[in-house]
Write a protein that binds this ligand. Structure first.
Ligand SMILES: *[C@@H]1O[C@H](CO)[C@@H](O)[C@H](O)[C@H]1NC(C)=O
Ligand SMILES: *[C@@H]1O[C@H](CO)[C@@H](O)[C@H](O)[C@H]1NC(C)=O
Ligand SMILES: *[C@@H]1O[C@H](CO)[C@@H](O)[C@H](O)[C@H]1NC(C)=O
Ligand SMILES: *[C@@H]1O[C@H](CO)[C@@H](O)[C@H](O)[C@H]1NC(C)=O
Ligand SMILES: *[C@@H]1O[C@H](CO)[C@@H](O)[C@H](O)[C@H]1NC(C)=O
Ligand SMILES: *[C@@H]1O[C@H](CO)[C@@H](O)[C@H](O)[C@H]1NC(C)=O
Ligand SMILES: *[C@@H]1O[C@H](CO)[C@@H](O)[C@H](O)[C@H]1NC(C)=O
Ligand SMILES: *[C@@H]1O[C@H](CO)[C@@H](O)[C@H](O)[C@H]1NC(C)=O
Ligand SMILES: *[C@@H]1O[C@H](CO)[C@@H](O)[C@H](O)[C@H]1NC(C)=O
Length: 650
């Protein structure tokens, strides 16, 4: 020992002019009862116990002991109270397991009287160390800590008494994430260094749900959030779905204000999530050259997850341990992944929240929204992100319009769809009618003044013009110039899709001004003539259209080379009019898979369009429909609802 230190000292003297090697601890990975956990490098607290007390309970080599902190008013604490706490934790949290009962620290608001019945129950949990905070009739060492510990699982360092938070590690087996992240004490984030061995996937760490309590100030406390990799998160790189881009730029200095709002409300960023390249539309598999498209967990697991918020969509569809995805929607990039991955998803009213420090596609149409499995969380997250920019309402609209509905019921998906629409009509006390906005346009003075007899004449080229010209100018050209400057004039690799779009934008004579003009004409017409504002209901009417009718879209099919995204459909209404278009998962229906050669279930979803600023109305409607059992919060995984249950009820 002494000899080694002497040598080290001599070496330091001899090479005094050489900089010291820097050693940075990045935490440790451990296994508790077969489950992987991450222990960060920095403790959150420390217990007033040391090696002298712990060596009698710990075996040699036990440097970390799994610990459970229990807080509450435990004036009498007996076996029944212990068992009840344990079952509360097991129900509420996926990080806690009975393996953490090896050490227990009981923090009672009044002096706890420990009952003799505890002894055998504790032994049953393999408990080696039981500590209490307040004086009691126990002979077990009372302890103190440097900062308050919240209920939940931790790791206790046997030699120092330091206490570390426990992160459960999950494998991102569907490829929804680019990397896991962990918050540092200074407000920056680091890439999660832990890795579950042998699963060929990134590893994501999630903290215990027991640490967090939702409050008015922190309505998202403990909500596990994945962020599309076009938003800046301080201390991590932003990749935007392109390898050259990820490589070129350093870690971001700040967190995008939209993300920061969610963090301030208590959300926990667990990772950055995949986007198709530069948030352009890409189909699995041929379009995704730089990275592999995430997998859609629904059905046979081999359907396209859609894009561009593919990562948030696939992750929310697949992982029960992930609560919320922050995506962006310019031309369907939240709505389409939400539909096919079986989740709620919103394209909000344009301009509700700033998109500073976010990669632009077209600032005239870019929006920030969510993908999630729960309508209540969806509403809360919306209130946090859009705040006072949401318009109020006092009752639900009485007018329901439809567009693009199936004519006849020819499949189970159609039945599921119409069953929901029927219940919605009853709920709102109204009957839906078809909105023939194409004919209304053809008869409008605007159709005459623009010489565009159909909306397709007016708008088919508007979307590719706005995204192509704006993204190339604001983002593409500076990126290419930076890359060429750093690589002796070499051009960065671009996936076929953004390449086609950027090339078209540079060569086609159509001007940005013409696109803006056409968009403005449509927006003014739609918002004054079709779905109008209303003082009482915010939106005079709601427009419904089918999001998906359980149509398979297998990812192992070769597709045509990409073209510019020209065309016109009802899904472009919200893009051009700047209005909310929100996806509700309403059921599932069977299809025969060409992959599993078995019947599988895919999502059925409906889209709801409202007047500008009326997002809160649709959030509220979705929550009330969920509370009334008209729709159900979907589960993650292959099937959204456990069919055995409904079959038994029928
Ligand atoms: C603590 O006191 C209670 C009630 O006085 C008694 O039942 C219990 O056995 C005591 N526990 C221990 C560990 O001495
Ligand atoms: C966060 O990380 C960025 C990028 O590395 C750096 O510029 C900034 O100084 C860091 N902030 C803190 C508080 O460490
Ligand atoms: C409302 O939107 C504007 C424009 O995007 C933004 O600057 C402002 O911060 C938003 N307000 C709230 C409360 O989010
Ligand atoms: C719908 O059903 C009606 C009545 O059976 C039939 O006349 C009509 O052709 C069907 N329409 C379509 C689009 O299948
Ligand atoms: C909706 O239509 C049904 C069937 O035609 C009718 O019985 C009901 O009164 C209508 N409801 C409303 C609110 O108009
Ligand atoms: C519409 O067509 C008329 C006749 O061809 C032409 O004079 C006019 O300039 C056109 N207007 C627009 C806005 O293109
Ligand atoms: C704008 O609308 C006109 C018809 O009025 C159409 O010919 C033109 O292609 C449109 N351009 C764009 C960029 O939307
Ligand atoms: C612009 O692109 C559209 C769609 O590919 C094409 O129809 C049109 O001819 C092009 N116009 C010009 C002026 O290049
Ligand atoms: C799947 O195939 C079987 C056998 O051909 C058929 O009976 C069944 O209706 C099909 N299911 C669906 C959802 O198409």
């Amino acid at each position: 020992m002494h000899f080694n230190r002497l040598i080290a000292g001599a070496a330091a003297l001899a090479f005094v002019s050489v900089a010291n090697a820097s050693i940075y601890k990045s935490g440790s990975t451990v296994e508790v009862d077969g489950t992987y956990y991450y222990i960060p490098a920095t403790p959150v607290s420390s217990l007033g116990v040391g090696y002298d007390q712990l060596k009698t309970t710990c075996s040699a080599g036990d440097d970390f002991i799994p610990l459970t902190v229990m807080t509450g008013n435990f004036n009498t604490f007996d076996a029944a109270a212990l068992v009840s706490e344990v079952s509360k934790y097991t129900d509420a949290d996926d990080v806690f397991s009975t393996g953490f009962l090896q050490a227990i620290y009981l923090v009672s608001s009044t002096p706890a009287e420990l009952h003799a019945s505890l002894t055998s129950t504790l032994a049953g949990y393999s408990n080696k160390l039981f500590m209490v905070s307040a004086t009691s009739n126990s002979s077990i060492t009372a302890t103190s800590c440097t900062s308050e510990l919240l209920t939940g699982p931790y790791f206790l360092h046997a030699y120092t008494g330091a206490v570390y938070q426990a992160y459960r590690l999950y494998s991102d087996f569907e490829g929804a994430f680019t990397e896991g992240t962990i918050a540092n004490a200074d407000g920056n984030f680091s890439t999660m260094s832990a890795s579950i061995p042998g699963v060929q996937s990134p590893t994501i760490g999630v903290p215990s749900r027991l640490y967090y309590t939702k409050t008015d100030a922190q309505p998202l406390a403990g909500v596990r959030l994945g962020v599309k990799d076009i938003y800046d998160v301080a201390g991590t790189r932003r990749g935007c779905g392109n390898r050259a881009y990820y490589d070129l730029y350093p870690e971001r200095p700040t967190t995008a204000p939209a993300v920061q709002k969610l963090i301030d409300a208590g959300a926990i960023i667990v990772g950055k999530m995949k986007t198709s390249q530069f948030a352009n539309g890409e189909m699995a598999t041929a379009d995704w050259v730089d990275y592999h498209s995430p997998f859609n967990a629904r059905g046979d697991g081999y359907n396209d997850p859609s894009s561009s918020s593919s990562g948030p969509g696939a992750g929310i569809g697949a992982y029960e341990w992930l609560d919320l995805g922050l995506g962006s929607d310019t031309g369907g990039s939240i709505r389409n992944p939400a539909q096919v991955n079986g989740a709620f998803g919103n394209r909000p009213t344009h301009g509700l929240v700033t998109l500073d420090d976010v990669m632009p596609l077209s600032p005239l149409m870019d929006t920030a929204g969510f993908i999630t499995r729960d309508a209540s969380l969806w509403k809360t997250a919306g209130q946090v992100l859009y705040g006072s920019n949401l318009s109020t309402f006092t009752s639900f609209p009485k007018k329901l319009y439809t567009s693009g509905f199936p004519v006849n019921i020819t499949s189970e998906a159609d039945s599921v769809f119409f069953d929901f629409v029927f219940k919605l009509e009853l709920f709102l006390g109204t009957n839906a009618s078809v909105l023939d906005y194409d004919s209304m346009w053809a008869a409008s003075p605007q159709a005459v003044s623009t010489n565009a007899s159909t909306l397709s004449d007016l708008l088919a080229l508007t979307y590719p013009t706005l995204i192509g010209k704006q993204q190339y100018t604001l983002f593409g050209a500076p990126f290419i110039a930076d890359y060429e400057a750093a690589h002796d004039g070499r051009h960065p690799f671009l996936d076929p899709n953004p390449l086609v779009r950027w090339t078209w934008a540079q060569t086609n004579a159509t001007t940005l001004e013409e696109g803006i003009n056409n968009k403005t004409i449509f927006m003014d017409w739609w918002n004054s003539e079709i779905i109008k504002p209303d003082a009482e209901t915010c939106s005079e009417s709601l427009l419904l259209y089918p999001g998906t009718l359980a149509t398979p879209n297998p990812r192992n099919v070769y597709i045509d080379p990409p073209q510019i995204p020209a065309g016109w459909s009802v899904q472009n209404v919200a893009i051009m009019a700047g209005v909310p278009d929100m996806v509700l998962p309403i059921g599932q229906a069977p299809y025969n898979s060409t992959i599993s050669l078995h019947e599988e279930q895919l999502p059925v979803a409906i889209d709801i369009i409202a007047a500008p600023g009326c997002d809160a109305l649709v959030f509220e409607l979705a929550e009330q429909l969920q509370n009334a059992g008209i729709i159900n919060a979907p589960k993650a995984g292959s099937t959204m609802y456990r069919r055995e249950v409904s079959a038994r009820l029928e």
